[in-house]
Write a protein that binds this ligand. Structure first.
Ligand code: SAH
Ligand code: SF4
Ligand code: F3S
Length: 481
């Protein structure tokens, strides 16, 4: 779970991406001392996964221990996503399974958290008659109360959104951690109004977290042996925190520097960057610190200016291209990745071709690719007709996937023969004789183990062969010796 959505997608993998993003179940350390046990499943973006770790911490304070086994849980929680219709369908399917458990076991409490809870509010209790709790993303501190009421037979809803809540003081319980990389939420909500997007409705207004609490969390992770943090927000580049004591303001470039200075051996990543907000200051800060990874997730959504305007992205094709040029100019070795939506309202074949040519122009190392899914209540749902036939949306998506994979492969082949500094994350998926780890560009490398090295160590790897998703190689001596 080191990536934002899932590990480097491959051709097949991409088709299954939604499935891969869904249904990841936390690997919970089972806790036999706790008097009550909770089980939590998370869907959607990394921020949602990180919220589940905040929820786990709140519940632990209340005497709940985590369990990996839903059969023994007293409380089952599902942290949900509303971004596309399919994400919501998956959640409903999971609820059917929890319903069965509830019928079998008196006293079992089932709660729905996250974006779907926020979107549907009370309606959820009407639609899903066996759900006891509906709790929105800003109301997790209320969970112990709501659970207690549910135990007394009272179904509860708290979906109040807040302008202040950042859970800054809560130390997330790292649930399925590899002990090497962790996520730190630096802000919540989103003030952009991309017309296709449900997030501003489910997550509320944008607010930035106390910078010192972020640095303290990074320091704590370092003390516990972590080697990589990813700063999370829907729009990290608009991070802005005002110190209430002296009114000084910390912006994202400054925050990045503060976190980079925690420890030169701690890798710093961040996601997501809205192209309109990433500044030269951020780019120069990235360049200045070796431990800030040279990788930017810079979702374009579409390569066509008319569609971008309808999407309310506030940049056009030329502006985006200039941003890409600037990134490569300041950091020639930087990798850029993207999110793409195909078949947005009224998109023509020709306009779709502009997206294809944008992939070529930007030379993305990878992309997360989706066909447009209309979300109730969004600007697009209210203003535009969802008029591109599903088959066309899918056909365009397949073309985007094909082109992106060819670009990824070509870029990866250029890495053959190169030597990279890699942070070892653990065993490779296929073999316990091999390690996997990433280079600064966020590319996954797989290589035979060497004695004395373990996850969390840095090593140097020379690439021998490349596929569109992975680089394979061998450990070599540091080129700097
Ligand atoms: N804050 C991030 C995106 C968060 S949602 C940003 O602005 O880039 C992650 C991705 O889901 C989006 O970038 C977009 O590509 C996709 N997405 C969002 N709403 C969608 C919809 N209605 N249909 C299809 N894809 C969508
Ligand atoms: Fe959604 Fe746009 Fe906000 Fe991203 S920036 S979360 S796409 S509204
Ligand atoms: Fe989904 Fe909510 Fe994240 S809609 S993508 S879980 S902010």
């Amino acid at each position: 779970m080191a990536d934002l959505y899932n590990d480097n997608p491959t051709l097949d993998g991409l088709k299954k991406m939604d499935e891969a993003r869904q249904g990841e179940v936390f690997e919970l350390p089972s806790n036999e001392q706790a008097s009550k046990l909770f089980y939590i499943e998370s869907y959607g973006c990394q921020m949602n996964f990180n919220d589940s770790e905040v929820v786990a911490s709140i519940l632990a304070e209340d005497g709940f221990g985590p369990t990996r086994n839903m059969e023994v849980a007293d409380l089952i929680l599902i942290n949900t996503c509303s971004i596309r219709e399919k994400a919501e369908d998956t959640v409903r399917k999971r609820l059917r399974i929890f319903d069965k458990l509830k019928e079998e076991r008196k006293g079992l409490v089932v709660g729905v958290l996250g974006c779907m809870a926020e979107r549907l509010k009370k309606k959820f209790l009407e639609e899903e008659r066996l759900v006891d709790l509906v709790v929105g993303p800003d109301a997790y501190r209320d969970l112990p109360n709501l659970v207690a009421s549910a135990n007394d037979g009272e179904r509860g809803v708290n979906v109040l959104l807040s302008r202040e809540e950042t859970y800054a003081d809560i130390s997330p319980l790292r649930l399925d951690s590899n002990g090497v990389s962790a996520f730190i939420s630096i802000m919540r909500g989103c003030d952009n109004m991309c017309s296709f997007c449900v997030v501003p409705f489910t997550r509320g207004r944008e607010r930035s977290r106390n910078a010192f609490s972020i640095v303290a969390e990074a320091q704590d992770l370092v003390n516990r042996g972590y080697k990589e943090v990813t700063l999370l927000g829907q729009n990290v580049d608009s991070y802005k925190w005002e110190n209430p004591e002296d009114k000084s303001v910390v912006d994202f470039a400054q925050l990045l520097e503060m976190v980079a200075l925690v420890d030169p051996d701690l890798r710093v990543r961040f996601s997501t960057s809205h192209p309109k907000d990433i500044t030269d200051d951020v780019l120069y800060t990235m360049k200045k610190y070796e431990n800030i990874c040279k990788y930017i997730h810079l979702p374009v959504q579409s390569g066509n200016s008319r569609i971008l305007e309808k999407m309310n992205r506030t940049y056009d094709r030329e502006w985006y291209k200039a941003k890409v040029d600037r990134i490569y100019e300041i950091m020639p070795d930087c990798a850029i990745s993207s999110d793409i939506i195909t078949g947005f309202c009224s998109e023509t074949d020709e306009e779709h071709q502009d997206t294809i040519s944008m992939l070529e122009y930007a030379q993305y190392s990878m992309s997360y690719m989706f066909f447009y899914s209309e979300r109730p209540g969004t600007l697009a749902a209210r203003k535009y007709e969802d008029d591109v036939p599903l088959a066309v949306k899918k056909e365009r998506l397949n073309e985007v996937i094909r082109v992106q994979n060819a670009i990824s492969l070509k870029l990866n082949q250029k890495d053959e023969g190169k030597i990279f500094k890699v942070l070892i994350e653990g065993d490779s998926r296929k073999s316990d004789q091999e390690f996997k780890g990433r280079n600064t560009q966020n590319k996954m490398l797989v290589f035979p183990k060497k004695e004395g090295l373990q996850p969390g160590d840095y090593t140097w790897v020379k690439v021998s062969t490349a596929s569109s998703a992975t680089l394979r190689g061998e450990i070599v001596d540091s080129p700097n010796k």
